[in-house]
Ligand binder design. Structure first.
Ligand SMILES: Nc1ncnc2c1ncn2[C@@H]1O[C@H](COP(=O)(O)OP(=O)(O)OP(=O)(O)O)[C@@H](O)[C@H]1O
Ligand SMILES: [Mg+2]
Length: 295
């Protein structure tokens, strides 16, 4: 909509986790390093958790895109499946054909044979699960049983879990202690610092072919405040800011545009209200202090 007005080749702040816009922030680079190290070491379970909108699906896509020649990847984007459906999903990714006549234990044997064949041809088989906080309890437990498949030398299946903090809460329960002990590598994605937000916005603008000065520095400060460092909220605010500036025929996005954008954005209102509460709390406190001094 505003692309021609701002001379943009691409939309800079779309919500899709598009790897062309990847910004190599230290936290995302560290997560990728953990994943690569753990996968190279043949670890059974690796876990990356982070708040909603912090870039897990983007990392997942980067991992799939940067797959090494000896990796055979199986990707499960929607984990709300039963243990049997999980096995069939993995079987399909490994090239096995569905048959209604095969029961759960026969399927496990077939899977084991296929995993051994692939391992013999020099492949590392990696199951990548996004939104892992949504795995039903019995499916989560059945994953552990799948990673029990191993030769004398190594695991036949490695599992990478990407999930929201609820995944850690569930794994903390007594019921999952066996699975928890098998997760030898994990990483928690932090939110972005104010300096990282500035870098992030400017980098995405550059990829889209815009001048990095399209947002003035007060607009960047406002994005930092309302987004709380969460990349998806940064994208939302920046996109709405561009729309508002375009609507007014302006060539730059200012803090006023971001303020309006925040008022119109669900998850950023709370921080604004929080700010108002803080200010009114401070006012009441100062009034009380002044009153006490004059007693
Ligand atoms: N390092 C980064 N570089 C560029 N864009 C990023 C980066 N991190 C996050 N984003 C962007 O932020 C948005 C949210 O990212 P993503 O969808 O991966 O979050 P998520 O953690 O999977 O969220 P959810 O918990 O809701 O599934 C996407 O538009 C994504 O492209
Ligand atoms: Mg996601």
């Amino acid at each position: 909509m505003y692309a021609a007005h701002f001379n943009l080749a691409l939309t800079p702040f779309s919500l899709t986790p598009d790897t062309r816009f990847y910004v190599g922030l230290p936290q995302h680079e560290a997560a990728l390093a953990v994943l690569n190290t753990a996968l190279a070491a043949g670890e059974g379970f690796i876990k990356v958790t982070g708040e909603v909108g912090t870039g897990k699906t983007l990392l997942c896509r980067l991992l799939l895109k940067q797959a090494q020649a000896d990796w055979q990847l199986a990707y499960l984007p929607d984990p709300s499946v039963s243990p049997l459906e999980l096995r069939w999903a993995l079987a399909a990714e490994l090239g096995l054909k569905y048959s209604a006549n095969i029961d759960a234990s026969q399927l496990l044997q077939l899977l084991q044979r296929q995993l051994i064949l692939l391992a013999q041809s020099g492949k590392k088989i990696i199951l990548v699960i996004d939104e892992a906080q949504g795995l039903p309890d019995d499916t989560l437990e059945s994953l552990r049983l799948l990673t029990n498949l191993e030769t004398e030398q190594r695991k036949l299946l490695q599992v990478v879990l990407f999930g929201q903090p609820e995944l850690d809460q569930r794994l903390a329960s007594q019921q999952f202690r066996q699975l928890r002990q098998r997760i030898s590598f994990s990483y928690v994605l932090p939110v972005m610092s104010p300096a990282q937000i500035r870098f992030y916005v400017r980098h995405r603008l550059q990829v889209a072919g815009a001048t990095p000065a399209l947002f003035n520095s007060f607009a960047l400060l406002a994005i930092g405040r309302y987004s709380r460092g969460i990349p998806r909220l940064v994208n939302l605010l920046a996109h709405k800011g561009l729309m508002l500036a375009y609507g007014e025929g302006k060539s730059r996005v200012t803090a006023r545009h971001i303020r309006f954008a925040a008022e119109d954005t669900e998850d950023t209102r709370r921080s604004k209200r929080h700010y108002v509460w803080l200010l009114s709390g401070a006012a009441v406190f100062s009034a009380a202090c002044v009153g006490w001094m004059w007693r």
